[in-house]
Design a protein around this ligand. Structure first.
Ligand code: ZN
Length: 394
């Protein structure tokens, strides 16, 4: 959380993830919330981990909690991004597009009907138009029986969504949460599908022209980096992190448009439009002071912006430079015997930088510290890794 505060984030919308079981794996974050130690507002979606038993998961959770349960710091946002395993069209552009099984339609219909009947907002991971078309067939069928309007349902990603599908999303009252996955996989996408297809992946400009709710994010941490400034750079410059230009000028956003997607735009996706996204009376007192002027720095410098002061509910949760006197206390180091507690930073590289008088070669019989009861003692590295190969990233 502190790292995200450093990058200027005050709220996240969590799409769940593999092996993130509700409620057991949420106990740590719930305890931090109860202790008043969250430095980030979290709206979390419930992601089924139960292939073949997805509906049972959602039935159980509908009986346990409800969307909006919690407070401004920590609340249930709805279901997804995994609703049924048969609808997961993973985004590895090194591989051919996956064809989803025919069990998708009946399984997805059961779950979405259940969610709509209970007025649970939902989100669904969706990469390719071919899958999105099938998802929309299901949603339209459900909508004829249980209206989806007003539910704030949405797709995540939508790299190759067609204009026709955008119209169908709009007609059903949905939104689209976009992320900078193409900044990392753009080269692979172009190799497989060509530059012309890549030119609208996703078609953000078209979404905005149509008046669809659009929120921007990162899809961290498995698919992309969590740094919002990389994502804003991608929206503005239209380039991958490797420097490949993906989009024509008209599909790139102005800096203001990109920032609006990250603030006001994303607030729709956690139903927080009344309290987040704008600095004005009545909204939560979350704001940041940046290391440089986002609107005037050279485009390439957008990627290295960060916050020098982050306020959450009016309280500093990150401060440095001229604001460092307002910084919250250092976080405790766990485990307490970690070298980080003594030397600071992230371990060996910092150690090497800050202790220049010490001659230290990681390749020539290095010594590292190992815990021994309450005392730390130096041991040869080879004893830690046994007699096998000592190759590792240092
Ligand atoms: Zn996803």
């Amino acid at each position: 959380m502190r790292e995200l505060n450093r990058l200027g984030l005050t709220s996240v919308c969590d799409a769940g993830g593999g092996f993130q079981n509700y409620p057991d794996d949420y106990a740590v974050i719930s305890e931090l919330h109860q202790r008043g130690e969250l430095s980030l507002r979290i709206a979390y979606n419930l992601f089924t981990q139960n292939k073949g038993g997805e509906k049972a998961d959602f039935q159980r959770w509908i009986g346990m909690t409800r969307p909006g349960s919690g407070d401004d710091y920590y609340k249930v946002n709805g279901a997804g991004e995994m609703l049924v395993f048969s609808a997961a069209d993973f985004e590895d552009f090194l591989e051919p597009r996956p064809d989803l099984p025919t069990s998708l339609e009946p399984e997805l219909k059961e779950v979405v009907t259940l969610l709509a009947q209970n007025r649970w907002p939902f989100r669904l991971h969706a990469t390719y138009e071919e899958s999105i078309n099938r998802f929309l067939n299901v949603f339209e069928e459900v909508n004829r029986e249980v209206p989806l309007q007003g539910l704030h349902w949405f797709f995540d990603h939508c790299e190759t969504i067609s204009d026709r599908s955008l119209e169908r999303v709009k007609a059903l009252g949905g939104g689209i949460a976009i992320q900078h996955r193409m900044a990392f996989q753009g080269e692979y996408f172009v190799n497989r599908y060509g530059a012309a297809t890549a030119a609208r992946t996703p078609p953000v400009r078209r979404m905005l022209e149509m008046g669809l709710p659009v929120g921007a994010g990162t899809d961290a941490t498995r698919v992309a980096n969590y740094n919002p400034w990389n994502s804003l750079y991608w929206l503005v410059a239209g380039k991958t992190v490797g420097g490949l230009s993906l989009y024509p000028e008209k599909n790139c956003l102005s800096r203001e448009e990109a920032l609006r997607l990250y603030t006001q735009g994303s607030a729709w996706f956690s139903r927080d439009e009344e309290v987040k996204g704008v600095i004005k009376p009545g909204q939560l007192a979350d704001l940041i002071v940046l290391s440089d002027d986002y609107f005037s720095v050279p485009e390439e410098k957008i990627k290295s912006l960060h916050s020098v002061l982050t306020l959450l509910g009016g309280k500093p949760v990150w401060a440095e430079a001229e604001f460092k006197d307002h910084a919250p206390p250092e976080l405790p180091v766990t485990p307490d015997w970690s070298p980080v507690a003594k030397f600071g930073g992230y371990g060996a590289p910092h150690f090497l930088r800050s202790e220049r008088s010490v001659s230290f070669s990681p390749w020539a019989s290095p010594k590292v510290m190992r815990r021994s009861g309450v005392q730390a003692e130096p041991v040869p590295l080879s004893q830690l890794w046994g007699s096998g190969c000592d190759c590792f990233a240092f």
